[in-house]
Design a binder for this molecule. Structure first.
Ligand code: FES
Length: 511
């Protein structure tokens, strides 16, 4: 379905929409306040409630409405950044702990699914890592050795993947990976949380986070949640103005899904080592006589692509070349990935903050396992239990071997401020066609202008309220995306992704 445009919707989204939760309407008191009802926040909430803690979860929309609803839900310990790289950055022990923690996260999801009898299509399967055409498979040998040193001794070098419509060439087979339906899992976790006395408030936008002896979370509408500990699980922290944002970068990743005859494509996870890379999985929807082939990739830095829509066309081409039996595309969507400079998520106490404020961010493309690790690790930190992964994921860590990546990321961010000096995309709003948008210069002001399908013009300031970069139009999602740290806004300027916590302001026209 080339040409599908506008806001996109993932394959996981139920037709009738996700269950909603009432907004917080009065002040509250609780032991732990969790901001963000995605995989990380809900995993922490579930485990804390199981441990007898009182928990409130707040989300500015609803459970699973953020990036967890836009994942492809690979549950994998074959980490995107490769074990040889993790070993280089974090040492042999760090790589072992990384492998152990992702393996433990898959096991934990499996045990929760079994214990709670969650119907979320969890299943174990193999994962295959292959190289793009024309590239040497040497990287696979290197990765196999590093993975084995990290404790994944069953990772095996094989001559082909099980796909029969195209030849991947040699692969690494990672056994005991898994997949599930992320929103069915999360929706049931939320129900269990409430059955166990936890509270969830939707449509509740957090405005201020304050740790310390009188820890409290204040909403945009002024309600206050007094608590002993705060967990910020909002994909990228909305409470940390700068520190953590210098250590990670936001990327958009694109996904398409098309029907294939049942059983025609091997049910495995697969990933290539390309740049940008691709990932594959099969979903078998209940009561359907076809499978769905889900293919993702074509990542780019948020707010820094020339054309976001072109990414979908490239994915389609990639898919048709390899899976000619696939039917017309039925879903396309994109998601946000936070890439840490040293390949592992940041999970733990928020740097330069009070000790009872915890963050989780930097999913690094392994969001489901990193989110589950966060649930386990933050629960242990709050309960005062030892956890062997604490140092590895410490958000305050300094990774000397990542210093070049740190400098590169921050130079890239600095370069984005040059958009202040550039002219607008068009010289007049008359040049903006219905359904399109552009940045317009008005003297020293920059305006983000969108003309809706009915021809009405909507103008906001183009200055990102986080730290002042100029936003860029994302035609595929009809959003304004910030190229500096990944904040995103709806076409009307309403914030939908941190680190910004406020909307694009009113447009000011130069006199
Ligand atoms: Fe930091 Fe926009 S997200 S300036």
């Amino acid at each position: 379905m080339t040409g599908m445009s506008g806001r996109t919707s993932s394959i996981w989204m139920p037709e009738k929409g996700l269950p909603g939760y009432a907004a917080l309407e009065r002040d509250a008191q609780v032991e732990v306040c969790i901001i963000g009802a995605g995989i990380a926040g809900m995993s922490a909430a579930y485990l804390l409630v199981q441990a007898g803690r009182s928990v409130i979860v707040v989300d500015d929309a609803t459970v699973g409405s953020g990036q967890t609803g836009r994942t492809t839900a690979h549950l994998s310990n074959a980490l995107d950044d490769r074990y040889f790289e993790i070993e280089r950055l974090h040492g042999a022990q760090g790589a072992r702990l990384a492998a152990q923690s992702h393996t433990a996260a898959i096991d934990r999801i499996e045990s929760i699914v079994a214990k709670e009898e969650i119907a979320c299509e969890f299943e174990r399967l193999d994962g295959f890592l292959f190289v793009p055409p024309g590239e040497s498979p040497q990287i696979l040998e290197r990765e196999q050795q590093a993975a084995r040193r990290a404790g994944l001794i069953d990772v095996e070098y094989v001559q082909h993947s099980p796909f029969n419509s195209f030849d991947t060439g040699p692969c690494l087979r990672f056994p005991r990976q898994a997949q599930f339906h992320p929103l069915k899992y999360l929706t049931r976790l939320a129900e269990i949380l409430i059955e166990c006395g936890g509270r969830i408030f939707g449509n509740t936008h957090v405005h201020r986070v304050q740790g310390g002896a009188k820890a409290q979370v204040t909403t945009r509408n002024g309600q206050v949640i007094a608590c002993n500990a705060i967990v910020v699980a909002t994909n990228t922290p909305v409470n940390n103005r700068l520190v953590i944002h210098t250590k990670q970068a936001a990327y958009r990743t694109y996904v398409i899904a098309a029907p294939v005859p049942k059983g025609a494509v091997a049910k495995v996870l697969a990933w290539d080592t390309g740049d940008p890379y691709h990932y594959i999985r099969i979903e078998s929807p209940l009561n359907s006589n076809t499978d769905m082939l889900i293919i993702g990739g074509e990542d780019h830095k948020t707010g820094q692509a020339v054309s976001t829509e072109e990414r979908f066309s490239r994915l389609e081409t990639w898919m048709w070349e390899r899976f000619p039996l696939a039917g017309p595309i039925q879903h396309q969507w994109s998601g946000q990935i936070m890439e840490p400079i040293d390949a592992l998520a940041f999970i733990g106490r928020n740097p330069m903050d009070d000790p009872n404020v915890y963050i989780v961010t930097g999913d690094s493309g392994n969001g489901m396992t990193h989110g589950t690790i966060a649930g386990m690790l933050i629960t242990d930190l709050i309960l005062g239990r030892e956890n062997a992964w604490e140092k590895l994921y410490d958000p305050a860590r300094i990774t000397p071997k990542a210093v070049t990546d740190f400098a590169r990321e921050n130079l890239n961010v600095a370069a984005q401020y040059a958009h202040w000096a550039a002219g607008g995309d068009v010289s007049s709003v008359e040049d903006i066609a219905p359904g399109e948008a552009a940045i317009i210069s008005h003297g020293l002001n920059k305006i983000a202008a969108y003309r809706d399908e009915a021809g009405a013009l909507h103008e906001r300031s183009a200055v990102c309220p986080h730290l002042g970069c100029i936003v860029k139009w994302n035609a595929a999602e009809k959003t304004w995306d910030c190229p500096c740290h990944g904040s995103r806004y709806k076409w009307d300027g309403t914030v939908i992704n941190g680190p910004a916590v406020s909307n694009l302001t009113t447009a000011v026209h130069a006199k």
